[in-house]
Design a protein around this ligand. Sequence first.
Ligand SMILES: Nc1ncnc2c1ncn2[C@@H]1O[C@H](COP(=O)(O)OP(=O)(O)OP(=O)(O)O)[C@@H](O)[C@H]1O
Ligand SMILES: O=C(O)C1=C[C@@H](O)[C@@H](O)[C@H](O)C1
Ligand SMILES: [Mg+2]
Length: 168
Amino acid sequence: MVDGIALIGFMGCGKSTVGKELARRLNYHFIDLDTAIEHGEQMHIPQIFAQFSEQYFRDLEHQYLTEQRPHRVVLSCGGGLPIFARNAQLLQENWCTVFLDCSFEACYRRICHSTRPLVQNSTPDQLRALYDSRRPLYENCCSLQIAADSSPFAVAGDIIKQLRLHRH
Ligand SMILES: Nc1ncnc2c1ncn2[C@@H]1O[C@H](COP(=O)(O)OP(=O)(O)OP(=O)(O)O)[C@@H](O)[C@H]1O
Ligand SMILES: O=C(O)C1=C[C@@H](O)[C@@H](O)[C@H](O)C1
Ligand SMILES: [Mg+2]
């Protein structure tokens, strides 16, 4: 029985949106790690990047990941989390890690007007290069890869089907 499902993938692939829907349908707890950090630190992520640094955020991200317990939980990770070996190792050891594989075009459409610091501070070409460099790392880290250009409802349904999960 799969107890802890971690969703990974590029910004805008739908980890937070699909994660909420998946948790609802499985009757699992939903944890969004970005939101957990924002609540815990009482700061928004763009503020953490600006006032401290990206490295400071990455250390928080690792710390909050270590604190999660994979029991009846859907965990939506930040887009950069699995890029770091120490996080990829934790995901591989403790979680059923699902890569939401969404085209760059769809991700970009969904995030281009957002306040995500990496979106604000990059050109579209730089974001595409980041997408291309990260994709193999998501593929390496995951135990399941799911096409994620369709609706959140359909993507959540595909995950349930592939993992042979059912509501209980
Ligand atoms: N399958 C989808 N179809 C259409 N729109 C979507 C889909 N998934 C997410 N969205 C929209 O795209 C935006 C980004 O989605 P979301 O926040 O879930 O991405 P994310 O993968 O969690 O990104 P991040 O890595 O920054 O946390 C939101 O406005 C959301 O409503
Ligand atoms: O892809 C990334 O590196 C990020 C994605 C978001 O989820 C946040 O974790 C933050 O904006 C960094
Ligand atoms: Mg998210």
